[in-house]
Design a protein around this ligand. Structure first.
Ligand code: 6GU
Length: 281
């Protein structure tokens, strides 16, 4: 997979040389190219921002440097002769525009993007990029405006690090153990969208604290059941919205008993609701 990142802070992307992503690069599984946006700003001060039309606080990133940068990066790989139209899902890159006003970055989107051959990230600073840039490239490429969560960061570089790590670990051969992401929290279909419960390793006693007996019992069935109950407990506590959203058919008899023991009950549509939520008669 090829990844291009266009930024005014190339050094912010240094962590892409470390750990899982760094190793994937060293092995040739990832071709990462970080570009300095200011290389395409031609005035003496390499200006990339200007005041917003309509007034208001902050600055807006000028369209010209982004246009030249994206033209150069997109032209740096000639599509195969039989390539379809990029906007229609051909061989061109997916352009990922990090912005707090984008669609949520989810595990589902990570899986979708991990299947693409080429991603171009355009992390912005200031109040964002002149709107015409997204409009222009949406005519030539698959452009996704994406947010990593409901909080505001000073720029899109940290979100790029987050998204690249989530995507890279899904690439074949990057994680090592092919089983490793089957049980991920949020892995489609895995533990039916439950959070993962607690984990333990040696020593068997640490500062007077033991390990749940079931985990050293050797009973694989009981261990699987315990893990599922812990996942239900954790999810009910930290992300009640995920339980409420679950298809009731995803819960077996024991799941129902566990949820009931946590004070959850099924409504008229069969979906589980949290303790204290009125259940219609
Ligand atoms: Cl993608 N960018 C910025 N600046 N803030 C964010 C974000 C992105 N996602 C959540 N907050």
């Amino acid at each position: 997979m090829r990844l291009d990142v266009i930024t005014i802070f190339p050094e912010y992307l240094e962590p892409l040389n470390v750990s899982l992503v760094g190793k994937a690069r060293a092995r040739g599984q990832l071709d990462v190219r970080v570009h300095d946006l200011r290389a395409w700003a031609h005035d003496r001060h390499h200006t990339v921002d200007d005041t917003p039309y309509g007034g208001g606080p902050g600055m807006v990133m000028k369209p010209e440097p982004w246009g030249e940068a994206l033209d150069a990066v997109l032209a740096s790989s000639a599509p195969p002769a039989d390539a379809g139209d990029a906007a229609a899902g051909g061989s061109g890159p997916v352009i990922v525009v990090p912005t707090p006003s984008g669609r949520p970055f989810t595990q589902e989107l990570a899986v979708e993007l991990a299947a693409k051959p080429w991603l171009v990230f355009t992390p912005a600073r200031y109040e964002g990029i002149d709107r015409r840039v997204v409009e222009e490239y949406a005519e030539r490429a698959d452009v996704r405006e994406v947010s990593i969560g409901d909080y505001v960061l000073a720029g899109g570089e940290a979100p790029v690090l987050v998204m690249v790590e989530a995507i890279a670990r899904l690439l074949p051969g990057v994680l090592g153990n092919a089983e490793s992401h089957r049980d991920d929290s949020f892995a489609p279909g895995a533990m039916a969208d439950l959070l993962e419960g607690p984990v333990y390793t040696k020593p068997p006693e640490w500062r007077g604290r033991g390990v749940p007996d079931v985990l050293v019992s050797g009973h694989h069935g009981r261990i699987a059941r315990w893990r599922r109950d812990e996942a239900l407990r954790r999810t009910a506590g930290h992300r009640p919205d995920l339980i409420a959203r679950c298809d009731p058919a995803a819960f077996d008899k024991h799941d129902r008993a566990t949820l009931h023991s946590l004070g959850w009950s099924a409504g008229s549509d069969g979906r589980f609701g949290p303790p204290g939520q009125a259940v219609e008669e």
